[in-house]
Write a new protein. Structure first.
Length: 701
């Protein structure tokens, strides 16, 4: 069965909803020429991950090239017969330790296990990565290697996009090479090839409301009225609206800031574990929204309703419509991020001043020289689209057109720093406030953190339109969890706000210890929800005789030896409970300024649960900076003993640019010296730790 037969039963929306599909964006006229080619014997298909890193309108540029010709889900791709002279284009992100993302996992595993050759397939691969991470673009290079091993013909070199180094420019260069290869291999005329380049057209047009009483979106990411209904379950499409109960400063001095924030999640039914993440849907500052509206002469209370000009495009709106311009500019489009190269090119066509047009065209031209200038003028100076319009006032572009060109605001993810066992209906965050001086002397503030910093407990930030006030969040599961058994020791390494997940670990084990101590003494009723997957924590010998299913959740009254369902938290009872060792290597600048949660950490140490190894990098009397790596080397014998003889788990949380790499190098040194391994043997040892699920990394770029 061919791809057209498989996908013909799907309408446009159904095809788009297949895991990971990107919506069609006909800003570029690639489709017209490629449709002519597809009318011959060629079959085109593509697979896009659910990606937020690559600029949306850039990666969508390939969708009109392929999506309307033949479409298939990655899971179906492994079952399809390849038509001779067909072409597959893959854009792949890397997850975790060089693994494919969830929706690509099955396909990659199929390639690994496949033994029969693939004939007649040309392919191209582009990877979306971050060079700060150890396994840079591992999934893309793996798919490229596997396809070549199976007989696929690589059309061009695999592209390695780097979020830290002009990913959009790298993609555009790779895209140009792809077009040249397509021209040579599929005999595309120069005339048709010209339709691929620099012909931008409107994708969406203003549309009248069906009724003057039509309801408007007020910031909901997906479903109209979901913020008002607040119906479970809550997820990325249906965020929970949490109120801020606590928002306090953790630093006791200095100019930097880190906030401890507590959210009321009563009624959310979030069942998070220590180490999980919470996603926050941020908003643009009111001052930025107002400035943008003034520059483009926008009535913020006016209604915007954009509909796609092409009925085949499954994404009928660029953002939830209809809504007011205030809502669109506050909740949906990103005004604070750096403008893309493509946007600068479009703005150049709308500049009435020739010099302004030339400069904008140069900024978006994607040459080595222009990219260097873009890096200096846009990235280093932290300029956004508002700054660009201020700098080039002759730009005359309609507000609705610019709105469709701007990317959507993406959720921001933070490690949860509370324990579901101890903190119940509260969810804690530890947020380092981003505030940096740019080379031109201005102050850049992080989009989300400047908002969180200003939230007032019980009130949150005003939405400026009289609507209820809230913080939209949803729970995101991670793999950064404590071992299932409390008998397994953990080694934790963090700096600054990277302490967040380890605070949740410590609070969880403290509470487990406290509850088991209470139960062992008798005289208290205690709530014990039980999960069969966590049996190592649980003494369950008496339960089956009572006729209860241990996969359910129960309330255990210790005095009466009875089980009463149900509750909502994960606690695992063992009357012989004694937590294994917890080593924390924590670094900050000054003990007197930014030693986060020092009272809690010292209390856990005094209780015998935690072993603290502290590094205050700026407090050394001889001005030699001391980092967590130095403390690790001082405790190298203990680390090696716990890893090699006690099956301990090793955790790192912090910056991917520096800390995680430095900590890994330090761990290799520990293994080489204390384990008497060669450098290559130490590398193998760390890889085995990772394969066994005992090496955990939670880092940010």
């Amino acid at each position: 069965m061919g791809m057209k037969e498989i996908t013909k039963r799907l309408d446009a929306v159904g095809a788009t909803r297949l895991s990971g599909w990107g919506p069609r964006d006909p800003h570029c006229d690639w489709l017209d020429a490629l449709r002519d080619m597809a009318a011959n014997q060629y079959q085109w298909y593509s697979r896009f991950q659910s990606l937020s890193r690559l600029p949306e309108q850039v990666y969508e540029g390939l969708c009109p090239l392929l999506l309307n010709i033949a479409a298939c889900d990655m899971a179906e791709l492994s079952k399809l017969a390849v038509t001779p002279n067909s072409l597959a284009i893959f854009i792949l992100a890397t997850h975790g330790y060089g693994e494919p993302t969830d929706d690509a996992r099955e396909f990659v595993e199929h390639l690994r296990q496949r033994t029969t050759k693939i004939t007649g397939l040309h392919f191209a691969v582009f990877g979306l990565g971050n060079s700060a991470y150890e396994q840079f673009n591992a999934c893309a290079t793996l798919v490229d290697r596997l396809l070549r091993r199976l007989g696929g013909i690589r059309l061009i070199e695999v592209g390695l996009g780097d979020e830290l180094n002009n990913m959009e420019g790298t993609f555009l260069t790779w895209q140009a090479c792809l077009l040249e290869a397509i021209t040579q291999n599929y005999l595309v005329s120069d005339e048709k090839l010209q339709t691929f380049t620099n012909r931008m057209r409107r994708v969406y047009k203003p549309a009248p409301l069906q009724s003057k009483y039509a309801k408007l979106f007020t910031g909901e990411p997906y479903s109209l009225g979901s913020y008002e209904r607040q119906t479970k379950p809550f997820d990325a499409k249906n965020p929970f609206l949490a109120r801020v109960q606590v928002n306090r400063e953790l630093h006791t001095g200095g100019t930097r800031s880190c906030r401890h924030i507590e959210l009321d999640i009563s009624g959310s039914d979030f069942r998070y574990k220590p180490g999980d993440h919470v996603a926050i849907l941020p908003r643009n500052p009111d001052t930025l929204v107002l400035r943008f509206s003034e520059l483009l002469d926008i009535d913020l209370n006016g209604v915007v309703n954009l509909e796609c000009v092409d009925e085949r495009n499954p994404r009928m709106h660029p953002f939830p419509c209809p809504c007011t311009y205030r809502t669109a500019l506050t909740h949906y489009v990103d005004l604070s991020g750096p403008p893309r190269l493509q946007l600068l090119t479009i703005l150049s066509a709308h500049a009435t001043d020739a010099e302004h047009a030339r400069q904008l065209r140069y900024l978006g031209s994607n040459t080595p020289e222009s990219n260097e200038y873009y890096s200096r003028w846009v990235l280093e100076e932290r300029r956004n689209v508002v700054d660009v319009i201020v700098q080039f006032p002759s730009v005359r572009i309609s507000a609705d057109y610019l709105l469709e060109l701007l990317p959507r605001i993406k959720p921001r993810f933070y490690s949860i720093s509370s324990s579901p066992l101890r903190d119940s209906n509260r969810l804690h965050l530890t947020v380092a406030i981003v505030a940096e001086q740019t080379p031109n002397g201005s102050t850049f503030k992080g989009l989300t953190t400047q908002w969180l910093e200003a939230l007032v407990p019980g009130k949150s930030a005003d939405r400026s339109n009289g609507s209820p006030i809230f913080l939209p969040i949803y729970h995101e599961i991670s793999s950064f969890h404590l071992p299932r058994s409390h008998n397994i020791s953990v080694i934790m390494v963090a700096a600054g706000a990277g302490l967040a997940p380890f605070r949740s670990f410590i609070r969880e084990r403290l509470e487990q210890t406290r509850i088991n101590d209470v139960v062992s003494r008798g005289g208290h009723e205690i709530y014990i929800p039980i999960e069969i997957t966590q049996v190592p924590f649980l003494n369950i010998k008496c339960f089956p005789s009572l006729g209860h299913d241990i996969q359910d959740s129960f309330r255990w009254n210790y005095l009466h030896k009875s089980l009463i369902p149900p509750t909502n938290f994960d606690l695992f009872l063992d009357l012989g409970f004694k937590s294994a060792r917890m080593l924390l290597f924590f670094g900050c600048r000054h003990e007197a300024e930014d030693f986060l949660y020092f009272d809690e950490l010292l209390a856990a140490r005094n209780a015998g649960l935690l072993e603290l190894h502290l590094a205050f990098s700026r407090d050394s009397p001889n001005e030699a900076k001391v980092y967590v790596q130095h403390r690790m080397l001082e405790a190298a014998g203990e680390i090696w003993h716990l890893l090699d003889e006690c099956n301990a788990h090793f955790y790192v949380c912090g910056s991917a640019k520096t800390m995680s790499r430095d900590v890994r190098k330090c761990l290799l040194t520990v293994i080489e010296t204390k384990g008497r391994r060669s450098t290559s043997q130490a590398e193998v040892y760390v890889k085995r730790l990772r394969a066994d699920g005992r090496y955990h990394v939670d880092v940010w770029g």
